[in-house]
Design a binder for this molecule. Sequence first.
Ligand code: HXC
Length: 257
Amino acid sequence: TDHENIVVSRDGRVATITLNRPKALNALNHALMTEFVAAAEELDADPEVGCIVVTGSQKAFAAGADIKEMLEQSYADVYVKDWFSAWDRFGALRTPTIAAVSGYALGGGCEVAMMCDIIVAAESAKFGQPEINLGVLPGMGGSQRLTRAVGKAKAMDLILTGRQIGAEEAERSGLVARVVPTEELLDQVGEIASGIAEKSLPAVYAAKEAVQVALESTLTEGIRFERRTFMAAFAFEDRTEGMQAFSEKRAPQFRHR
Ligand code: HXC
């Protein structure tokens, strides 16, 4: 690819975006953000892509927003440029996203991981929101997504102390879905991703949307949304195939429509 800060690869219906700024432990500068979000949106628009994996290096998923770049910005600069707002578009993709985290996922790195639908951590992973040590606070959704993921007690602890937690504590807290041996991270995430990518795409989009609605609505509204969306799924070709295949005791052949 012709990217400077990321590498995009495809394996069947799974696409992988690898953060690739090793000099700065994948610190998320403006150029990286621009490339990353554009690549992610392009993959999201492609119906041949059924799952997007986001990963970094063994040492760092990403060590945060680029501190040296932020140092030079004034309030007017960040306000006018709407600093970090492009990341919201990544959080709004319809294609399922999996963060495969090895090493540091700090600050903006932890926040990008939390924008993904599923976080799988290597045993080596370290998560934290150290912004407090820089005299700021999380700025890419961390105070909101971390609190929803782990609850007030742990979110306050992490955001006010800036301490790092390991993979095991992250899993225990509900931040991470699974922990795997470090050397198996990409293989295991690849298996999860290709499993999701083979399912019916419209069902996957709808299921993801329903879970997102749970975070943004009351229980009654959310259940109403789920029921109506479930009923709408009866219009999918793939649901006829899925139920037919079950009745005939064979594997479904989804056409992703
Ligand atoms: C810019 C960074 C960086 C970052 C690391 N580097 N993190 N550059 N922004 N966030 C650079 C270092 O300056 C160094 O470059 C090189 O990467 C290697 O890092 P080292 O510190 O030498 O590595 P190590 O000693 O192994 O320590 C790893 C580390 C440490 C513990 C992860 O790098 C670290 O604490 N980084 C900052 C973590 C952080 O505070 N993240 C939150 C950022 S704020 P040179 O050129 O010196 O070799 C944020 C907020 C979002 O994300 C919104 C806020 C408004």
